[in-house]
Design a protein around this ligand. Sequence first.
Ligand code: 13P
Ligand code: SF4
Length: 330
Amino acid sequence: MTTLTPHSPAVERTAHLYDRVRHVIPEVEWPFFADNAEAIVRLKQERNAVVLAHNYQTPEIFHCVSDIVGDSLALAREAQNVEADVIVLAGVHFMAETAKLLNPAKTVLIPDPLAGCSLAESITAADVRSLRAANPGVPVVTYVNTSADVKAESDICCTSGNAVKVIESLGVDRVIMIPDEFLARNIAAQTGVEVITWPGRCEVHERFTAEDIRSVRADHPGAVVLAHPECPPDVVAESDLSGSTAQMLDFVVTRRPRQVALITECSMSDNIAAQHPEVEFVRPCNLCPHMKRNSLAKIRRSLETMTHEVTIDPTVADRARAAVERMLAV
Ligand code: 13P
Ligand code: SF4
């Protein structure tokens, strides 16, 4: 175990938590986290709460105070099975809504209600109705990065981890796949199914370019390049593999490449590096401003004040839940 300079009793008492992140957080920074980390651990017990954290949360959230971590698919699956009274979703709003849809009896809290998503913002329920009217009989496959209103207008949801399987399960030759245009095109390239797309973009992944990948390869000839399927198709084409954040993690943990570039949000590399210092993570990466609205201080406040509670309009909840549950059954 790391021997911390005892700045405060909280620093000493949380040395076991610091140990989990010592490869990625300098020791001098831990005093800024220790009080909040300790308070969150205590509050979780008092409130009978669990913290679910997406792979893009910073290491002190991901490794030190979370009970369940994963990609969007894993968080949805796990949310269903939570027995605690309270779920704090350290991620973005659509993830908290999905948790509430799947486990409606629980109190679901989001530490910062402004943690949105450019994809979720790109489309409304009325847009989906127009797409359906223009393409009668074509099923609507909706990425989970959408509001409950949009999910309610959909036949089935998907995530980046199961999109191919979901589309192939429908047994049709055309689908409407919303709202991420790049994800839809990347997934279409892996199936024989024609996709009708919507011009939504992830503001984090759309910034990567094929030139970024070529310069990673020029500077680090041995590096394996893994790209998230929200990246532009030419970026995915230049990469060695494309997959969800959980699939990236699984690749690194099982294959242990000496050097790897994760073409995605920056915390992804930090969270794996915390446990695998033997792997060298090369850049580029981009930050998601929405995911980064979360912090230990906000998670603590969320548990202290029981805010911000996520609720779903009852007129859409059943239909939205059905689309998510259909996905989980595939
Ligand atoms: P996954 O973790 O499901 O791959 O999704 C990435 C993402 O951008 C979530 O906001
Ligand atoms: Fe949305 Fe992209 Fe941020 Fe994920 S990384 S929450 S898709 S903006």
